[in-house]
Design a protein around this ligand. Structure first.
Ligand code: FRU
Length: 326
């Protein structure tokens, strides 16, 4: 009804160019379908912090009631996000943080914990003894910073486990294909590779395969997405030894945003859990994910049916009304 308030949510996304981000957006859209009074706009910064700053400026000019932001790099994006917050517009940080405490709520994983869990798992795979290589996401993006800190912290507990080398990337596979061969040739002692996401882990596997190392060097990733080239499939196909589940959290972000807009109680920190997925639990996890997806499809079918019924009912009432007038 036109009398209902309209809320404008602006979403500044660091990139929309991979399956994980698309899953995030799908989760948002699913949740948004329950709130027809919301207008939702996304701007895709395509991995460019300057463009992201500009996008948030534009949102301020156009007018928004709430900002959701995934910061490409924490440093450069922080001042403009603080400005939004200081103007009294609520800010929901999703997955990639700023360096500031000035935000209304955070939704996303605990990346320090992701790194720690990866480090402990790596240690158990190698029986606390060996050399690991870490492939980091974009320098200055908060998940890359935190995954690294957690990983190093976990390794520190094992005196015979060494971080032999690190590779700094942009979160994407091509940069792994470019840089990793030389690093692996310089470090033939490497037994295991921890990549900050599954896309890069797949790249690492491909490089190992080319160098004839794929039988010996184990590869781990992060994300654990379902689908064709998703982490779950890569673990099932034994391309990855393990992946750390990292939920995109799009639906949770919208739920939190709506609580804020509707002045309902909410928590500032909304942490999504992680877990190791390896050959022992990948099939169960896949079955559960598929089950959830098919239940989601059922819900959407019911929603469409309900909409059709409502439309029919409205037009029938209109017909009755017209008849009564005649
Ligand atoms: C997707 C992605 C994920 C990663 C996350 C970290 O754009 O690169 O693979 O887990 O961002 O922010």
């Amino acid at each position: 009804a036109p009398s209902r308030p309209v809320y404008r949510i602006g979403f500044s996304q660091c990139t929309n160019g991979d399956a994980w981000r698309l899953a995030m957006l799908a989760g948002m859209q699913k949740e948004l379908s329950f709130y027809p009074q919301v207008s939702f706009r996304m701007k895709d910064a395509r991995d460019n912090s300057a463009l992201q700053q500009q996008h948030i400026q534009e949102f301020l000019k156009e007018g928004i009631d709430l900002l959701i932001v995934s910061a490409n790099e924490a440093g450069p994006v922080t001042p403009i996000v603080e400005e939004v917050y200081n103007r009294g517009i609520p800010v929901v940080i999703l997955d990639r943080r700023t360096t500031s405490q000035l935000y209304t709520a955070y939704v996303g994983g605990n990346n320090r914990e992701v790194g720690q869990t990866a480090g402990n798992y790596a240690s158990s795979l190698l029986h606390q003894n060996g050399n690991v290589l870490e492939i980091l996401g974009t320098a200055g993006s908060s998940p890359a910073v935190d995954r690294h800190l957690g990983f190093v912290q976990a390794l520190a507990a094992y005196p015979n486990l060494h971080l032999a080398a690190t590779v700094q990337t942009d979160w994407e596979r091509p940069s792994v294909l470019r840089q990793l061969p030389a690093v692996l040739r310089a470090h033939p002692e490497v037994d295991l590779i921890f990549a900050h996401n599954d896309r890069m882990a797949l790249g690492a596997y491909q490089v190992c395969h080319q160098l004839g190392l794929s039988q010996r060097v184990r590869v781990m990733g992060v994300d654990g997405l379902p689908g064709a080239l998703g982490g779950l499939q890569l673990v099932q196909d034994k391309i990855l030894a393990a992946t750390l589940l990292y939920s995109p959290g799009g639906d949770e972000a919208i739920r939190t945003a709506m609580k804020i807009l509707l002045k309902q109680p909410f928590s500032k920190e909304n942490t999504l859990g992680t877990m190791v997925i390896d050959s022992t639990n990948v099939l169960t996890t896949k079955m559960q994910t598929e089950k959830l997806a098919s239940q989601q499809q059922d819900i959407e079918r019911q929603q469409r049916l309900l909409q059709a019924q409502t439309a029919l009912y409205t037009s029938q009432r209109m017909a009755l009304y017209v008849m009564a007038l005649a």
